[in-house]
Design a protein around this ligand. Structure first.
Ligand code: SIN
Length: 467
């Protein structure tokens, strides 16, 4: 029996397409094809691989508007953010096209004149990726580009909520000349495909972006075959506003960080921690910015905040708001919803909570929604303690013009990504990733290709030459 996944538009609940779920044997066949294609691809000249990645980037740009429309239809994000995500994805393709040519080895001076020590890098083999619904293009590009640049073959399972953008990206990779078996996709239930990937000896690496709970189980299940893993997991980003901060800048950047993709990113500011002397002024400025945000269908002109991806996401967010209010928080703006459960859409007005305390769920769990809790601190030590009191360590932000305080915060915050007076630090040329339970490894930058490479060392002996 042919099984299908219906893809719905989260702004209307309408089914926009259905995709075929691959059977277990089809997934195993795809794995075999990827493993068999590895030899030729890994031996393809790095300059040729670079050119093919550049071709892919070009073909994607030729389809930019179409891809962005598709992304908004299946994910709900405003069209301007989808267009930005296509650019962001192309940045990864272009960056790693260049890095393909810079996979350097080295020689090490030996302690014996008759020896020479040479270190080289090799691609690790077939990579399996599982990508999330919140960035259906960029998270795939951020994994596929370094994998292909390194000489690995690649197979991806896109999120079931948003498979169409990823599938289209891969079709465009083939159109750009990348061999079909070098980059493939499979669709189906995440847990089933995850198990097939982790059990397979042919898959040498798993790379995943998604929840910490799923990441932990993928790490555990990869142990039997000792696979390489890269994990980009949950976040709970603090955003600290010091008393000397430029409050206009802080308010604008806090809005940009908090409400990107309706608050549905791993790096969204999740806890806004403001010095007690400036909390009233900051909150006023922040609310003035929040009032400008227009909630609606991402395809409509002027929309800043699209729908929540599904009912489960909506309930998690609204439970956090309810819990905070029951424990004494005040909703200064928002806390109103436009939903139609039978049709299947859920919108949340951007919500700002004040009088927030550390016993509230929102202070401990990732929200993944457009809710900004504001709480106060009095000393830098207290701000750091509040910020670090989480098992997560992905992104943290702070706003200050004092270089000593900024340096102190940088040195004491246990997070992999820091934005100092910057609410949008993500970039293809910088290493993205978290500490603690936010993940393992980095994606982007020169660090992002290393996880796709093995190091091989060779000692050559008997080199004494007597003339
Ligand atoms: C994410 O939310 O997982 C990624 C966001 C980014 O790359 O900026």
């Amino acid at each position: 029996m042919e099984r299908k996944i219906d893809v719905t538009n989260p702004a209307t609940g309408e089914i926009i397409d259905s995709v075929q779920m691959h059977s277990e044997s089809e997934i195993r066949t795809a794995i075999n094809k990827g493993a068999n294609a590895f030899f030729n691809w890994s031996k393809t000249n790095a300059h040729k691989r670079a050119q093919l990645l550049k071709n892919w980037a070009q073909v994607v740009m030729n389809h930019k508007q179409e891809l962005a429309n598709l992304m908004t239809l299946e994910n709900g994000k405003p069209l301007k953010e989808s267009l930005g995500e296509v650019d962001y994805s192309v940045d990864y393709l272009e960056w790693y096209a260049e890095e393909a040519k810079r996979i350097y080895g080295r020689t090490i001076p030996a302690n014996d004149g008759s020896k020479r020590i040479i270190v080289t890098k090799e691609p690790i083999g077939l990579v399996a990726a599982i990508t999330p619904w919140n960035f259906p293009a960029a998270m795939m590009a951020r994994k596929a580009a370094p994998a292909l640049a390194a000489g690995c073959t690649f197979i991806v399972k896109p999120a079931s909520e948003t498979p169409l953008t990823g599938m289209k990206f891969i079709e465009l990779a083939h159109e750009a000349g990348i061999p079909k078996d070098v980059i493939q996709y499979v669709n189906g239930k995440g847990s089933d495909i995850g198990s097939i990937f982790t059990e397979s000896e042919a898959v040498r690496k798993i790379t995943f972006t998604g929840s910490t709970a799923v990441g932990k189980s993928l790490i555990k299940n990869s142990a039997n075959t000792v696979k390489h893993v890269t994990m980009e997991l949950g976040g709970h980003a603090p955003l600290i506003v010091a008393k000397d901060a430029d409050l206009d800048l802080a308010a604008k950047q806090a809005v940009a960080s908090k409400f990107r993709n309706a608050g549905q990113t791993c790096v969204c500011a999740n806890r806004i921690i403001v010095h007690e002397d400036v909390v009233n002024t900051f909150t006023e400025k922040f609310i003035q910015e929040v009032e400008k945000l227009k909630v609606g269908n991402g395809l409509d002109d002027g929309t800043d905040i699209g729908p929540i991806i599904n009912k489960q996401g909506f309930e998690k967010i609204t439970d956090q708001i309810k819990d905070a209010i029951e424990k004494g928080a005040t909703a200064k703006i928002g806390n109103s919803f436009e939903t139609n459960e039978s049709e299947g859409y859920f919108f949340i007005q951007p919500t700002v909570l004040t009088e927030v305390t550390t016993d509230m769920t929102i202070m401990h769990e990732e929200t993944f929604g457009p809710v900004a809790p504001i709480l106060t601190f009095s000393t830098a030590e207290e701000a750091v303690e509040l910020a670090n009191s989480t098992p997560f360590g992905l992104a943290a932000y702070f706003f200050t013009s004092d270089y000593r305080l900024g340096t102190y915060l940088h040195d004491h915050l246990k997070f992999g990504i820091i934005g100092w007076n910057d609410g949008g630090p993500s970039a293809a040329h910088a290493p993205f990733g978290g500490m603690k339970e936010s993940g393992l490894g980095r994606e982007g930058g020169i660090e992002g290709i290393e996880p796709y490479l093995e190091t091989k060392y060779m000692s050559i002996g008997g080199l004494s030459f007597n003339g």
